[in-house]
Design a binder for this molecule. Structure first.
Ligand code: GLA
Length: 428
């Protein structure tokens, strides 16, 4: 039998071939997942809707996912992320639609928490006290608001938004107080404080030990003007200390939960100054606020690495962990300057088709922002994308996420992975 020659050359070429093979497999191996690539920096998470939490297809509202798509969405969530946030089902309107102790609807929320526990996720609760998606009964009472002399006809429907089950946040025209929002006889300070206390004690108590982080108060700051707080029903009926009370009640209900104040447009220096003033005053009162939530609904135009670096540096002066809570990057021509989390204006901010060179600009924007997050990873502890892919995003027209509607990674995904692996995304 003819034996293969084992000359030094042949041994070398065999070795070279073997090394090449190893190299090739390394090259073609799947890129690391987001959660693995960033495990030494921060959690990388995603907001999930009811289709993913309950593994059911939804053909309602504006979330059209059939079962095959839902299964793929779920697989992607499990593969890429180690933290979850609820897009809607823990908001007051969905979890406590009717008044009183038996007015709760825990089904969808339980499914969300069970999904998180089953898949070993770091579970966030969103949100306890907000002027959006809060049913009117919460604010209603017998006290005529200032300037009102007699009882107007009952405010017809919930002005704060649709009640579609699992539906995405919708807000009636103008939302909030005064502009088509809640109007009419209102609760007293004591009544509303009691409702807030009972709601927080019940909801936070139910998921004690499972939900690790809570958005206790969402979007209390005003946009523009000199007032720190927006004139929400909470602020108008209880007063500015509604925020301190909410944190107090949440801490009472679960002393181990991380309590977060959450808001949008903190990339904007004016809004950021208001946040710093608010949090400093809460800290002086020893209110248990334990983390800053920066929604970060941004665009390919801004913020740049430098702008985000400056924003994070200023927020760090509060000495609290910073969480990026509702991250998405709009690449539609409309809204390139908008960082608002306001759905009312959202449609306008994703009009006009996509910016040119979309994929490259989105990849560069995401890479710049992740470089800033990594630079500040001593304080930036959680990054949560607001939706798993462009198909389910509330800003779908702006294609704002790392995965397309078919759950395929976009060049922006490679760019984000490349920030920590040094691997450059394949040329466009
Ligand atoms: C805000 C809310 C979120 C979500 C988004 C967009 O930022 O905090 O819960 O509703 O708007 O929909």
């Amino acid at each position: 039998m003819k034996t293969r020659s084992t000359t030094p050359d042949s041994r070398l070429s065999l070795l070279a071939a073997a090394l090449l093979a190893i190299g090739a497999t390394a090259q073609s191996a799947d890129p690391p997942t987001l959660k693995d690539a960033y495990k030494d920096h921060f959690y990388v998470g995603v907001a999930i809707n009811r289709t993913i939490a309950t593994s059911t297809a939804v053909l309602a509202d504006n979330v059209n996912r059939n079962m095959e798509q839902v299964d793929r969405d779920i697989a992607l969530v499990k593969q890429q992320f180690n933290q979850i946030s609820p897009e809607n089902d823990l908001k007051w309107q969905l979890i406590h639609p009717r008044e009183g102790a038996d007015g709760y609807n825990f089904g969808p929320a339980d499914a969300y928490v069970d999904f998180g526990v089953k898949n070993n996720m770091y579970i966030v609760g969103h949100t306890l006290v907000w002027h959006g998606q809060t049913p009117n009964w919460v604010f209603q009472g017998t006290n005529l608001p200032p300037g009102m002399t007699n009882t107007p006809p009952a405010a017809a429907a919930d002005a704060n938004g649709t009640n579609a089950p699992g539906g995405r946040r919708g807000r009636g025209p103008g939302g909030g107080f005064g502009r088509g929002g809640f109007s009419g006889p209102r609760a007293s300070r004591e009544e509303l404080l009691q409702r807030m206390h009972d709601h927080i004690a019940t909801v936070v108590g139910r998921y004690k030990g499972k939900i690790k982080v809570w958005d206790v108060v969402n979007e209390a700051l005003s946009d523009g003007g000199t007032n720190i707080l927006r004139p929400s029903p909470w602020e108008q009926i209880i007063g500015p200390d509604f925020i301190a009370k909410a944190f107090e009640y949440a801490h009472e209900a679960d002393p181990d939960a991380i309590l977060r104040y959450n808001d949008y447009s903190l990339e904007n220096s004016g809004k950021r100054r208001k946040l710093i003033a608010l949090i400093k005053s809460l800290q002086e009162q020893h209110v248990p606020v334990m983390a800053i939530g920066s929604q970060t609904h941004v665009s390919v135009s801004s913020p740049s690495f430098e702008e985000e670096d400056r924003a994070l540096t200023e927020l760090e002066t509060l000495g609290l962990p910073i969480h990026i809570t509702e991250f998405d990057v709009n690449s539609a021509q409309g809204g390139q300057r908008s960082t608002s989390g306001d759905v009312a204006g959202n449609a306008a901010t994703t009009q006009g088709g996509l910016v040119s060179d979309t994929d490259r600009r989105l990849a560069e924007a995401y890479a710049g922002l992740f470089r800033a997050f990594v630079k500040h990873d001593k304080s930036v502890k959680v990054i949560t994308f607001w939706g798993v892919n462009d198909g389910v995003s509330w800003r779908a027209q702006g294609r704002p996420l790392l995965f397309d509607a078919q759950d395929k990674p976009k060049p922006a995904f490679d760019a984000v992975i490349g920030v920590v692996t040094g691997q450059q995304p394949a040329a466009q």
